[in-house]
Ligand binder design. Structure first.
Ligand code: ZN
Length: 253
């Protein structure tokens, strides 16, 4: 049995990341698949990178828009004022080795077995948000595997396309996952799955969101984990990061 821990949008929230690694560790995992945005917003960019760089298991990680922004590969004007301030702060914190690690993250989607891994979408890996079934539908033509794993929206969701919809006549549906929901993925369909965000959930639930994927049995399990967001908030306050970014961690938005 090969178990992959699927995480995304850590956003420099070390308390949440450590919680997720410990929680998933109790169930056991053999690889980590990370869908980008390791940094940006949160108070511990270097420590989060170190955690991922020093895992005891293999890591597959793609680049996210915040990872790129911190490297200066995007126009800071593309971000709202609070996000921009956090990006500038993060840029100033990065060690040389953290910067090198981010620079090596691939832009293009990666394939791992039955899954394609990307940050935003297979069509537009760094930037596109898959927020609706119609956008998801358009993206099924851009990957070859049965499943595509995406992050970026910070919302756990599964988009479902029936196999007989090669021509795209039927509509794609969105399944909002309930907690601890175990899903056998195999079937006459293809799926786009989002594990939600480890470090800044936006679905109204402040708990860290992630997924475990049993690669052999093709079983996907959503997990939510309460962590001390107050600790992350205190560290953000000490770093003088924007109050709105601090407040949102308590609400999950
Ligand atoms: Zn993000």
């Amino acid at each position: 049995m090969m178990q992959a821990l699927v995480i995304s949008d850590i956003h420099a929230n070390l308390v949440a990341l450590d919680g997720v690694l410990a929680d998933a560790g109790e169930m056991g995992f053999d690889e980590v698949w990370c869908l980008g945005d390791v940094v940006g917003y949160g108070p511990d960019p270097n420590a989060c990178i170190e955690r991922l760089a020093n895992l005891a298991v293999p890591l597959t990680c793609v680049a996210g828009n915040h990872d790129w922004a911190v490297l200066g590969r995007m126009d800071d004007e593309d971000f709202n004022p609070e996000a921009r301030r956090a990006i500038e702060w993060t840029r100033a914190q990065l060690t040389a080795s953290s910067r090198r690690w981010l620079e090596n993250l691939p832009e293009l989607p990666l394939q791992r077995g039955s899954c394609t891994l990307t940050h935003g979408s297979p069509r537009n890996p760094i930037y596109e948000y898959i927020l609706t079934p119609s956008v998801a539908l358009a993206n099924f033509a851009y990957f070859k595997t049965p499943y595509c794993l995406v992050g970026h929206t910070h919302l756990p969701v599964i988009y479902y396309l029936p196999e007989d919809d090669r021509e795209g006549h039927l509509s794609c549906r969105a399944l909002a996952p309930s907690l601890e929901y175990q899903i056998a993925l195999a079937g006459p369909h293809r799926l786009i799955l989002n594990p939600g965000s480890v470090g800044q959930p936006r679905d109204g639930d402040p708990r860290a969101s992630y997924a475990l994927f049993d690669v052999d049995e093709e079983i996907w399990t959503y997990r939510r984990l309460a962590y001390s967001f107050e600790t992350t908030q205190a560290r953000m306050r000490a770093a003088d990061l924007p109050e709105r970014l601090i407040a949102r961690l308590a609400y999950g938005w």
